[in-house]
Design a binder for this molecule. Structure first.
Ligand code: CDP
Ligand code: MG
Length: 141
């Protein structure tokens, strides 16, 4: 089934000029793009987006990182997009990231890890709603 997922190119990867490299990887892996934007998280938006992590020891550090520079958000579409994109970004734990994954290539650490991808179809819907709010994100073709 064709699914949508949300990919974020996080502030470290934007700063390090990896937007183009990461978009190329998505294209090479046959993800179609439904919508794309460049924006900067403020605290309210970051708290909403990462609500599930509120109270964890890394939470404040994560929020500060996400607010530190611009982010690129891309709605992607493909068969099994959620799982395929999770596989393509690689694990949050640097010790077990597979070579060839986006985080293996471009992450700087555990927090500054280059990209985000939704972890379920329900999360994808929620996250797309938070980042794209009122925009029309349907492809007509
Ligand atoms: O991003 P992902 O879904 O793979 O991992 P997560 O466990 O949902 O964590 C969300 C984000 O919090 C990660 O991508 C990291 O940027 C950050 N994090 C962190 O700074 N320290 C940790 N121990 C775990 C996550
Ligand atoms: Mg997560």
């Amino acid at each position: 089934m064709k699914e949508k997922s949300l990919l974020l190119i996080k502030p470290d990867a934007v700063r390090n000029k990896h937007i183009g490299h990461i978009i190329t990887i998505l294209e090479e892996n046959d993800f179609h793009f439904c919508a794309l934007k460049l924006f900067r998280f403020d605290r309210e938006l970051a708290e909403n987006f990462y609500a599930e992590h509120r109270g964890k020891d890394f939470y404040e550090n994560l929020l500060n990182f996400m607010m530190s520079d611009f982010t690129v958000a891309i709605i992607v579409q493909k068969e099994n997009a959620v799982q395929e994109l999770r596989d393509l970004i690689g694990d949050v734990n640097p010790a077990i990231r597979k070579p060839g994954t986006i985080r293996y290539l471009y992450a700087e650490g555990i927090t500054e890890n280059a990209v985000h991808a939704s972890d379920s179809v329900i999360s994808a819907k929620r996250e797309i709603g938070i980042i794209f709010k009122t925009e029309d994100t349907e492809r007509k073709d």
